[in-house]
Structure formats: structure tokens, C-alpha cells
Design a binder for this molecule. Sequence first.
Ligand code: C5P
Length: 215
Amino acid sequence: RPYKPLRGKKALVTVGATREFIDSVRYISNLSSGKMGMAIARVLRWYGADVTLVTAFTTENPPPEVEVLRVVSAEDMRREVLRLLPQTHLLVMNAAVSDFTPLEKHSGKIKKKDQMILKLTKTPDILEEVARSKGNTFVVGFALEEEEVLLQEGKRKLLQKRLDMLVANPIDVMGSEQHRGYILYPEGKEEVFSFPNKLESAEFIVKKIVEKITG
Ligand code: C5P
């Protein structure tokens, strides 16, 4: 592709489902496939960006010509994102980060019993931490919400996490081929989209990012 509007830009894309281990063999996670984030990484590369992927568990293979860093937990992802942030022009936080992690991780395998209470604690919100030190980095978040509250919650998260753009998608897109949702901006504008596959969505989203970054 001759059109390379993002040549020279460093992009960091987080992808997939983090895993929070309960003991040596069990974990808490979610249904994220990583399809959306991988598609975004692919399109960013097409458009000339230098792309680093921070990937938690995903069913997808990374696209060609991107650097791949593998992580497991929310805490691992946090560490990598904050480490790379100062050299990043564009952060796309697509990963489905666990909201909770076990308060304690048992070593070995917990024995079977009739009942067990698992205590969970909140994970750090990576985007909220990013907001404190992002400088000029353009930051894109995602929000997966029930249809009825999609726009309302999307707008709230956009502002709370001080994002430059938020992609709000309904929960049925998780793991699915199709994709639809809204792109929200801090100025209050919203754009609706719907595509038969995530690569088309990714092109739509990345074109919007290019418009914002390159003016
Ligand atoms: O608040 P919620 O988890 O719905 O927000 C989703 C956005 O926040 C996503 O972009 C996700 O990657 C990011 N996130 C995060 N740190 C967390 C949880 C979510 O950065 N602990």
C-alpha cells in the first residue's frame, strides 16, 4: 500500500483476555478473542506505523511485521504498557483486562472441597494510570457494554479515563466475526458503524484515528 499516513509513528496495541491465576492450574478470564485488536494492529501496520502488540491470551495469530510481547495478567500488562508509554505516539487499549484478581494466589493445586470462598480484589485500571502521564500520546479505549447503556457508559468512560477516542461496542461482539458500535470523542461527537467483519471495522476505526492524529 502506498498510503502510509502513520509512517514514523509508534503504536502500542493491547490485545486479548488477561488471566488471573487462582492457583497453579486455574484462572479467571473472559471471552475476548483478540480478533479486534489483531485487526487494528494489522491496519496500523498497513498505514505505516511501527506496531508493538502487548498480547494476553488470544485465539488469533499476530499480523506480520509487528513486535509481539506476551503477557498473562492485568498486572503484567500494566507494567509493559507503562514501560513503553513514553515512546508511544498512539495507544490502542483493546485488551479485555480482568477487573478482578484473586486476593491471594495459592501455590500448587487447591484441593477439592464442598465449598470454597474466593476473595477477589480490583485490578489497577491501566488507562486511568496512563491518563496521569500520557503527555501527547493519543489514547484509544474500548468499552463493552449492554446495549441499553452502551452510549451512556461509553461516554462516562471516555471522560473518566480521559481518552482521545472510545469505541463502544455491545457485548455480543465479543468473540464474534461481526462488529458494530459507536466511536465517541471528548468533544461530544459520536459515529455509528456496523461491519460484517472486524478487519473492516478496524479500517474504519484506524481511518478515524489518522484523521485525528494527522489533522
Ligand atoms: O472500565 P472498563 O473495563 O469497561 O473499560 C474498558 C477499557 O479500559 C478498555 O480499553 C480496557 O482495555 C481498559 N482497562 C484498563 N485497565 C483495567 C480494565 C480495563 O486499562 N483494569
